[in-house]
Design a protein around this ligand. Structure first.
Ligand SMILES: [Zn+2]
Length: 165
């Protein structure tokens, strides 16, 4: 298994000098460390997890988004979601697994799946830019607040999910 932290950090409770520096620079987060270690623990009993690459972990109070290498999502999710359910229990939060995206739009689309994105508009206000992500009204029963927070953490921009008819 590969993670945002090195193998030594993955299997111990301390952070090496290099990873500590990454943490201080904001290249990796507490979530990267905690969730990667948690998955590593689980990988001792869950074979497919030994063979995955985690690129990034982003989380809110109730949601963990695991960004993995292309082709690895099915290994982390497992047949009928059996592995992701274990992970979710282990972490105490809903877990969403998405494969590495090529840009923001791709990321948002993967994050919101199976809801589809109708369009992304940038709204300019005197203070900031707000990314308005339009989704179909009939799909609006998703936890938009949590997803907006994930997008903000991933790209450092204000995002607003707007149901449109
Ligand atoms: Zn390390």
């Amino acid at each position: 298994m590969k993670a945002p932290i090195c193998d030594v950090c993955l299997t111990s409770d301390i952070l090496c000098k290099a990873d500590k520096e990454k943490m201080e620079k904001g290249i990796i987060s507490e979530s990267d460390v905690r969730v990667s270690r948690s998955i590593y623990e689980l990988s001792k009993h869950v074979r497919p997890l030994k063979d995955i690459t985690i690129k990034k972990v982003i989380e809110t109070n109730n949601l963990v988004v695991i960004v993995c290498k292309e082709g690895d999502a099915s290994k982390i999710i497992g047949k009928s979601g059996v592995i992701v359910k274990k992970l979710s229990k282990h972490l105490g939060k809903t877990v969403r697994v998405i494969e590495e995206a090529k840009d923001m739009r791709d990321f948002v689309q993967k994050l919101l799946f199976p809801t589809y994105v109708l369009g992304i508009n940038i709204l300019y206000t005197p203070e900031k830019e707000i990314y308005k992500i339009k989704i179909p009204k009939k799909r609006a029963n998703i936890n938009t607040k949590s997803l907006e927070e994930i997008i903000k953490k991933a790209f450092g921009v204000e995002a607003k999910i707007v149901p449109c008819s």
